[in-house]
Every structure is written in C-alpha cells, then in structure tokens.
Design a protein. Structure first.
Length: 109
C-alpha cells in the first residue's frame, strides 16, 4: 500500500507492510491528528483517525468527509466551512495560547 509522505518515518521505503512498525506509526498518526485538531477546533471541526488508513473530518452539524491523508486535510476543511483555513490567524493563535496556558495551569494545580 502506498502512503503519503506525512505518514512515513525516516526509514520507510514508501510502502507499509502489515505488522511492520504499526504501533509506532499509529501512535504518530494519532499525534498528528491531535495537533491538527488544535487548529481545526477553532473552525469547529474535528479530525479522527479511521482504521489507521484514512481520517474522518466532522463538523458540529454532523457532516463528515473522508480525508485520505493530511495533504488533503486543509482543502477538505475549507470546503466544509466555506472559507479559507489560516493557521496564522491571530485569533486562532491566541486561542491556542490560552488553551496551552490552561493546560499548564491545570498541571501545576
């Protein structure tokens, strides 16, 4: 099975063999989805891993789209919300900063 470059590790040769580093690759996919969700949350979207092969992008209205890889994520998100996704939007960056401060504050308590 061919894989997108975002799902490769430094020692991949471009194909995934069943069982070969699956646990590590799945953990990395979940981490990428978690990081993507920090941006997508601002746009009221959520990304979930689907069977370690694709992603599902959902909105609050119940709409969902299958996203084959992270390369297709942002175009799909823009289509769902009807406007461009700007990861450098000052309001988005402020929200991420506030969430990070809250997490740090909760950890210290």
């Amino acid at each position: 099975m061919q894989i997108h470059w975002t799902d490769q590790t430094s020692n991949d040769d471009g194909e995934i063999l069943v069982g070969d580093l699956q646990r590590s690759r799945h953990r990395t996919r979940l981490q990428r989805a978690k990081l993507s969700n920090k941006i997508l949350h601002y746009y009221r979207l959520k990304l979930e891993d689907w069977n370690s092969s694709k992603f599902v992008l959902r909105d609050l209205k119940g709409n969902q789209e299958i996203v084959h890889d992270l390369g297709a994520l942002w175009g799909t998100a823009e289509k769902m919300i009807g406007r461009p996704v700007n990861p450098l939007d000052p309001h988005l960056l402020q929200q991420i900063e506030e969430e990070q401060r809250q997490l740090l504050g909760a950890e210290r308590s």
